[in-house]
Ligand binder design. Structure first.
Ligand code: NAD
Length: 480
């Protein structure tokens, strides 16, 4: 019986492993230590990778139906423990109930859906003389490195396809949010053979040892572009495969024909879901000048009526805290920069540092210059620049003027205009009159410095495989 409020152990080769030396886990709404988790040593990583490599032989050889059934069973186990996962997720990550529901049930749905996917051999040529087939063989041991904003879902986005493809996995959660990932791996002990699904918690060194490890064949990473750069460099030493899901600075373009009151709630959540700690949050809101004031005022009204920043465990809370002290300090810099440059706050702007948790008020910056840090960088916190536009070509150029290319959205009544503008945006996902619609069947990834490769869909599954082309000469060999 898995206990969710204690006994946080690593899962290594089917065993629960504790360490003497531990690391604290915090509740961001109170800054209290809520758990101690193991601090994985280098020897423990090596042992885990050897176990995963041994398990790979067996796991990759069994019928895919068995692997799919096991992954679906993990989805069912998450669903069966949804209440415990949601409470734990709120405690370690800070997100309110609605966000925890989305993530936990989403994780169960994803596991079950990815468990229905499979890759088929491609018959390239078949005639009397030759047969040529391309197969998809599992890549080997996968290191899954996970961030703190969606710790369970983004682990599942890696675990599910890797296991279905026939790989074995070593998950490394962020040290800011290790608890749910340790527990999902513990549930996996009842489902998978030893060594197939492992989870290690640790400090700064652990991720780096993984990316450099000669017996890990692929790194599946979600995190910042800065870390992605280091990871790609480290993977290059062993020509490790890597999938990188990185940062974003997603623009939203609002056309002049919108109804401000109707669109405002959607734009609000586009930007502030998960306290704006969301790779795909709208981080630049370009509003046509004809409706700029009305959309801004409708956003202010919505915030006044519907937004309550607080402890995610409180049922009235709609926006939780920032997840950790480091991120809190980083977001504060953007507030200071806006103040130092005399940018106007339409709402928010003042952080009460005496509050019990890492809380930051929802803040709108009223039309700062395009060159400002708040427009050019990814704050990853609840501060959003509202920007005016007049000319379509100009706003598209501004939207694309970034080294990021994760997501983008366009909002308006004129569907032709939506499609025309959307087609010109440089981003892995372009949403038209909606946002944050994901699916296990939809490829998700970033253009430019927002990533490499993709997750989800058969394209995402393929990322856990090597192509192998097998050619057969059917003509009996004869001496020349
Ligand atoms: P982060 O890059 O600091 O850390 C992510 C994970 O990588 C953590 O587990 C961390 O311990 C590990 N890590 C960091 N440096 C490493 C290194 N050099 N070698 C190996 N492992 C290393 O990111 P974060 O602060 O946890 O998450 C926020 C960032 O993630 C934001 O930039 C956000 O946009 C991005 N993100 C992207 C997506 C996406 O799908 N594209 C989704 C969520 C978050």
């Amino acid at each position: 019986m898995v206990k969710f409020d204690s006994d946080y152990s690593m899962t290594i080769n089917g065993e629960s492993v504790f360490t003497e030396n531990c690391l604290p886990a915090y509740n961001p709404a109170t800054k209290e230590i809520i758990a101690q988790v193991p601090n994985c040593s280098r020897e423990q990583l090596d042992f885990t990778v050897s176990a995963a490599r041994r398990a790979f032989k067996l796991w990759s050889a069994i019928n895919i139906n068995e692997r799919q059934a096991a992954v679906a069973a993990l989805g069912q186990a998450v669903e069966d423990h949804a209440e415990e996962f949601m409470a734990l997720l709120t405690r370690e990550q800070g997100k309110p109930r609605a966000g925890a529901e989305w993530e936990v049930y989403g994780s169960a749905i994803w596991l079950k859906a990815i468990a229905t996917q499979s890759l088929h051999d491609e018959l390239i040529l078949e005639n009397a003389e030759r047969r040529v087939v391309t197969r998809f063989t599992p890549v080997g041991v996968v290191g899954a490195i996970v961030p703190w904003n969606f710790p369970l879902l983004l682990a599942v986005w890696k675990i599910a396809p890797a296991l279905v493809a026939g790989c074995t996995v070593v998950v490394k959660p962020s040290s800011n949010t290790p608890l749910c990932d340790l527990k999902i791996a513990e549930l996996g002990k009842e489902i998978f053979p030893p060594g197939v699904l492992n989870c290690l918690s640790g400090g700064e060194g652990l991720g780096k040892w993984m990316t450099a490890h000669p017996d890990i064949n692929k790194i599946a990473f979600t995190g910042s572009t800065e870390s992605g750069r280091h990871i790609m460099k480290s993977c290059s030493d062993t020509i490790k495969r890597c999938t990188l899901e990185l940062g974003g600075n997603d623009p939203a373009i609002v056309l002049p024909d919108v109804d401000p009151k109707v669109v405002a709630p959607k734009l609000f959540w586009a930007a502030f879901t998960n306290t704006a700690q969301f790779c795909n949050a709208t981080k630049r809101l370009y509003i046509h000048e004809a409706v700029y004031d009305d959309v801004r005022d409708a956003l202010l009204q919505f915030i006044k009526e519907h937004v309550k920043v607080g402890n995610g465990a409180d049922p009235d809370t709609t926006i939780g805290p920032i997840n950790n002290a480091q991120q809190y300090e980083k977001v504060k810099e953007y507030f200071k920069d806006c103040r130092d440059n005399n940018f106007k706050f339409a709402v928010g702007g003042e952080i009460d540092e005496s509050s019990p948790g890492w809380f930051i008020p929802v803040t709108l910056v009223d039309n700062p210059p395009e060159s400002s840090r708040i427009v050019k960088e990814e704050p990853f916190g609840p501060i959003l620049p509202l920007l005016k536009w007049t000319d379509e070509a100009d706003v598209i150029a501004r939207a694309n003027d970034t080294y990021f290319g994760l997501g983008a959205s366009v909002w308006g009544k004129d569907l032709e205009a939506l499609k025309r503008i959307g087609a010109q945006l440089e981003a892995g996902t372009v949403w038209l009159n909606e946002i944050h619609q994901y699916s296990p069947d939809q490829a998700f990834g970033g253009h430019k410095q927002s990533g490499l490769g993709c997750e989800n869909s058969l394209h995402g599954l393929m990322e856990y495989t090597n192509w192998q082309t097998v050619t057969l000469n059917k003509v009996p060999l004869s001496t020349p």
